[in-house]
Design a protein around this ligand. Structure first.
Ligand SMILES: *[C@@H]1O[C@H](CO)[C@@H](O)[C@H](O)[C@H]1NC(C)=O
Ligand SMILES: *[C@@H]1O[C@H](CO)[C@@H](O)[C@H](O)[C@H]1NC(C)=O
Ligand SMILES: *[C@@H]1O[C@H](CO)[C@@H](O)[C@H](O)[C@H]1NC(C)=O
Ligand SMILES: *[C@@H]1O[C@H](CO)[C@@H](O)[C@H](O)[C@H]1NC(C)=O
Ligand SMILES: *[C@@H]1O[C@H](CO)[C@@H](O)[C@H](O)[C@H]1NC(C)=O
Length: 578
């Protein structure tokens, strides 16, 4: 959401742009300026045309998964704004493998990058954001949620033509902030187009996850006000005025309400509303490079002290992205602004898009209900130190869905510390990240990675529990527990995505100890099996397929045991982990 920098000056000069040929190989980025020598990063960047008549093209940056990309799902990440760049925020400041370092001097490898578990696609959306453009400047006056979703959908279809190996891949959509609208809306569009038998493309959409998402204007505004009061940002008097004058049920706030809310916003001006306990960036964000220079020269010591207070976190991250992506050699290596005719500078957020955007959707909760019913995996997470889209409003939103509770609100852990809380409903989960602000992957990278891994792996229990199972599984594999062909072990978690009250399903991740030609053991086989009392006995016992005269019924769903299996191994089911 953070709007930094001047608005883009998009003029008709756009009509003169010329762009690269559309092929996968042409999009490969060998190495970006200032990128570390190791580890190697398999990356692509370029334009995808989304509307030929108007000449609209969206810019993307794509990272293959760090290991076994052919087995990992495809994850699209979107930032919000409207007007903010998923490359400047998501990729270069939050969850991408290459993050921009101070003053845009280069890139560093992010060991908590989300492409550890997924093929990771960042999209600058809609046109007018970052390097994405339209040749018809009047398009920029028509931007609303429908427009954004349609173009993002066209992008996906055309991108998958360029990268056909991902066509059948499990596909997930993630994003934060105003992407709280984009993410479910795009998911809905994909879902609808998939149903259309005449549709030209099928996208294997599995679910979505939204972080600190704008979801419902009533609950989010109410949450903002309550959060400001309960976190000692505003006085009792201001809060009383807000309660008296604001009902938030109508997007047209009364003058009295606007005046009261303005006081609340003004209290946030001196701190970072997106991360209320963090230091504020003191750089002059309207002119990042020169301001950064001046700042470091004048006040380096002071700056270092402030940064130290909040170790590992630099509040000026978005200025660095602007420094970096405005370098000509970076744009060239990146296949962006190829002809050099994109006007103005690259900005991490475009004020002009924010100002002209037509906000016409009050709530996306009906889409949640629809897609939960359709069996998609749906998660919402929230950094609980965000004042802009606070956890309070998100809780109201999720509660308003009226889903039956499956697991009560409870903590989850990382390194034996409470990392946040989670609650599971029939059909969706909500997870909080303790002490993180609006940008969870930036503020709490290890927690963020655990969270996305758990989501992608279909865990519906606490993120830590599944991460733990995964760890135990890896450990078992290293110990050679898989030395025997025909063995299997794994974890089964009830899958929120596929559960309905009539036929709950469990997803079992099995480590299958069969060998391929190179005698590499261990492939993972996710199986969805019906849950019933009949089977539950197997769940609570240690599981050894060979110990059963009859293999557990659900085992037959996905594969046959090898007849000559040697059953001497020690195969356990990680029942205790969750
Ligand atoms: C925009 O216009 C330029 C110049 O006519 C053209 O080369 C380019 O392909 C157009 N972009 C799109 C996406 O059609
Ligand atoms: C918004 O409310 C004001 C009065 O509070 C009214 O004058 C105005 O017409 C309303 N605008 C819309 C678009 O409903
Ligand atoms: C900061 O930005 C303001 C507004 O653009 C400008 O007037 C001022 O000179 C800038 N200050 C520095 C130190 O660059
Ligand atoms: C595009 O490249 C030209 C030439 O290097 C540069 O002047 C312009 O600022 C760039 N546009 C953007 C949006 O970065
Ligand atoms: C804003 O979007 C809504 C919904 O698509 C549309 O009905 C309305 O006409 C748009 N308003 C403007 C000013 O374009």
């Amino acid at each position: 959401m953070a709007a930094a920098g001047l608005g883009l000056r998009l003029v008709s000069a756009l009509a003169l742009l010329a762009f690269s040929s559309c092929s996968r190989d042409a999009d490969r980025v060998a190495r970006l300026p200032g990128q570390p020598e190791t580890p190697s990063v398999s990356q692509f960047a370029g334009y995808v045309t989304v509307n030929e008549r108007h000449g609209r093209a969206l810019f993307y940056w794509f990272f293959e998964a760090q290991t076994a990309p052919e087995e990992k799902p495809l994850l699209l990440w979107l930032n919000g704004g409207p007007g903010c760049s998923s490359i400047g925020y998501g990729a270069a400041s939050e969850l991408g493998p290459l993050r921009v370092v101070r003053q845009g001097a280069g890139l560093m490898f992010n060991e908590y990058a989300w492409n550890k578990e997924a093929n990771l696609l960042f999209l600058e959306s809609p046109v007018g954001v970052g390097f994405s453009y339209t040749n018809k400047s009047s398009d920029l006056d028509k931007l609303n949620d429908d427009f954004v979703a349609e173009d993002a959908y066209s992008f996906l279809v055309n991108w998958l033509e360029r990268f056909p190996e991902y066509k059948d891949r499990g596909f997930y959509i993630a994003g934060e902030s105003y992407a709280g609208h984009y993410v479910p809306q795009l998911a809905e569009l994909v879902y609808e187009r998939n149903m259309d038998k005449k549709g030209k493309a099928y996208i294997n959409l599995k679910g979505f996850i939204a972080g600190n998402p704008i979801t419902n204007d009533y609950y989010d505004s109410k949450g903002l006000a309550e959060y400001a009061w309960s976190h000692a940002v505003v006085s009792d008097e201001v809060y009383d005025r807000i309660k008296k004058y604001c009902n938030f049920k109508n997007s047209n706030w009364s003058d009295d309400c606007s005046a009261a809310m303005d006081i609340a916003y003004s209290q946030y001006r001196e701190i970072d509303i997106y991360n209320i306990y963090a230091p504020k960036c003191l750089l002059n964000q309207t002119s990042p490079s020169s301001a950064a220079q001046a700042f470091f020269e004048n006040d380096q010591e002071h700056f270092r002290r402030r940064i130290h207070m909040f170790s590992g976190y630099d509040p000026c991250y978005s200025s660095y992205a602007e420094d970096y992506f405005n370098k000509q050699e970076v744009q060239k290596a990146f296949h962006a602004n190829i002809s050099g005719l994109l006007p103005g500078k690259w900005h991490v957020c475009s004020d002009s898009i924010l100002n002209s955007y037509n906000f016409s959707v009050f709530s996306v909760l009906p889409i949640y209900s629809k897609l939960i019913k359709a069996g998609l995996r749906v998660w919402l997470y929230s950094g609980d130190a965000d004042g802009r889209v606070p956890v309070i409003g998100s809780r109201y939103c999720v509660e308003a869905l009226g889903l039956p509770t499956k697991t009560q609100w409870q903590p989850w852990y990382l390194d034996k510390q409470v990392a946040g809380r989670f609650v599971e409903y029939q059909g969706m989960s909500m997870v909080t990240v303790r002490g993180a602000g609006h940008l969870v992957p930036l503020n709490k990278p290890a927690e963020g990675l655990t969270l996305i891994n758990t989501f992608l792996r279909g865990g519906s229990r606490s993120p830590e529990a599944t991460a733990h199972s995964r760890f135990r599984e890896d450990q078992a594999r290293r110990r050679g527990a898989c030395g025997v062909q025909g063995q299997a072990h794994g974890v089964c978690v009830q899958s929120a995505a596929s559960s309905s009250r009539d036929s709950p399903l469990e997803t079992c991740e099995l480590l299958l100890c069969d060998y391929d030609d190179e005698r590499r053991p261990a492939r993972h086989e996710p199986l969805e099996v019906p849950v019933s009392d009949k089977y539950s006995a197997h769940y609570s016992n240690n599981f050894h397929p060979c110990n059963q005269r009859k293999a557990p019924p659900w085992l037959h769903v996905g594969f046959q045991m090898t007849p000559n299996a040697d059953c001497s191994g020690d195969v356990t089911r990680e029942a205790s982990a969750f």
